[in-house]
Design a protein around this ligand. Structure first.
Ligand SMILES: Cc1cc2nc3c(=O)[nH]c(=O)nc-3n(C[C@H](O)[C@H](O)[C@H](O)COP(=O)(O)O)c2cc1C
Length: 200
């Protein structure tokens, strides 16, 4: 039995491929681990704010010195961090938007990246404090980035792996629905993505 956190960041609603792929990954996890429960976060609908000076200052203020305003400013971040720690498995829907992730997913990342809570500093660099999680990334893209000429612009998978690694989440599998706008590929892209799913 696993606690699954499914993050969605598509702006295409019911037509979203990353959500379909993410849902398929969740189903496969539930098949393998009966009784698993899922928390779904629609990051686009949540409209998570950009980091701002008040939030940043509050992040770096000791908990017993936070003002009411500062507590309020980081309440969402605290909630997102709790959800993160409560999950055993995290499925991250990552549609490609202008060569990178959607800003809603970036906003989630900014709010869960907390010095002293999700990562620490050491003489040899940052140390991840979010350990023991399995991460599945459900990517979707109009183009193909896993191979061929587009591979030079494959920014999302390396970025997410690097970022997750800093927080201690190093067990990452990436599945891609790619070439969704490429004639000759788009017809089979989703089928290929679904067939590629492997659950640990
Ligand atoms: C605003 C916007 C920007 C996009 N930028 C890219 C891009 O840079 N590269 C790419 O391969 N596909 C791009 N696409 C295509 C999406 O990646 C594709 O539609 C994918 O299915 C989006 O995921 P979703 O179906 O889960 O929403 C873009 C789509 C939109 C709407």
């Amino acid at each position: 039995m696993k606690n699954i956190l499914h993050l969605k960041s598509s702006i295409q609603g019911a037509a979203s491929y990353s959500i379909k792929l993410g849902n398929a990954i969740v189903e496969r996890i539930q098949d393998k681990y009966p009784g698993s429960r899922v928390d779904e976060l629609d990051l686009v609908a949540m409209d998570i704010p950009h980091l701002n000076p008040l939030v940043l200052q509050s992040f770096f203020t000791p908990a017993d010195q936070l003002t009411g305003e500062q507590k309020e400013a980081i309440h969402l971040s605290d909630t997102l961090v709790k959800q993160l720690f409560a999950a055993d498995v995290i499925v991250i829907g990552a549609p490609l938007i202008n060569f990178t992730i959607h800003s809603s997913l970036k906003a989630w990342i900014d709010h869960i990246t907390r010095a002293g809570i999700t990562f620490g500093y050491s003489a040899t660099g940052p140390i991840g404090l979010v350990n023991g999680k399995k991460i599945y990334i459900a990517m979707s893209s109009g183009g193909v980035y896993s191979e061929g000429p587009g591979a030079a612009n494959d920014f999302v998978a390396p970025y997410l792996k690097a970022f997750l690694g800093i927080l201690g989440m190093t067990d990452v599998s990436v599945f891609r629905a790619e070439g969704l706008k490429v004639p000759g590929i788009k017809e089979v892209a989703m089928e290929r993505a679904l067939e590629s799913i492997e659950i640990d």
